[in-house]
Design a protein around this ligand. Sequence first.
Ligand SMILES: Cc1cc2nc3c(=O)[nH]c(=O)nc-3n(C[C@H](O)[C@H](O)[C@H](O)COP(=O)(O)O)c2cc1C
Length: 200
Amino acid sequence: MSARILVLYYSSYGHIETMAYAIAKGIEQTGASAVVKRVPELVPEEAARRHNFKTDQAAPIATPDELADYDGIIIGTGTRFGRISSQMANFLDQTGGLWAKGALIGKVGGVFTSTGTQHAGQELTLMSLITNLMHYGMTIASFPFSFPGLSEIKEITGGTPYGPSTIAGPDGSRAVSQNELDGAKFYGKHVAEITNKLVS
Ligand SMILES: Cc1cc2nc3c(=O)[nH]c(=O)nc-3n(C[C@H](O)[C@H](O)[C@H](O)COP(=O)(O)O)c2cc1C
């Protein structure tokens, strides 16, 4: 049996959105199905336009209750002052009912992130997301060093053993790099392979 995996994200400027679809590609390589959804925007429309948010994102909006419908859930958000975005926190804060029922226990969980600069919160954001998933009782899939690009130091690159990542640049102008895209795809495949084994 193959798994059904949700890639759930929040992205203001599109970097996390790009990573989400790269992860989905990796998931699909294993025969598992990937569903990419995002959480609702909380910033008023006028402010989002003024700050050049990427408002044309095709992914449908997820509902908190649907988390129970998947075998695995991979969550991504950009860093906000070294922590997760309020948009993602708001969504996750609506899952108390699922937590109370134990509806997510044993599902496979993974995380990914993006920061503006290299050392301003990647690990903190990822670990904070992981903490959330552990409260749900989920089984966390790491991003193993068998992906060679995780050891890359010749170029600026995201990537951590806690989950894949990208660096958007201080003004958001840096595109997700090939190494980061490859890492995201590798991670999606890795999480899906684990999840496929658990559901079979
Ligand atoms: C309010 C705010 C706070 C931010 N805080 C940080 C931060 O602490 N460290 C950092 O490196 N980047 C920070 N950033 C940059 C974002 O992390 C970056 O824009 C995001 O990762 C890009 O992903 P996206 O294109 O998917 O939105 C911040 C951005 C905003 C708007």
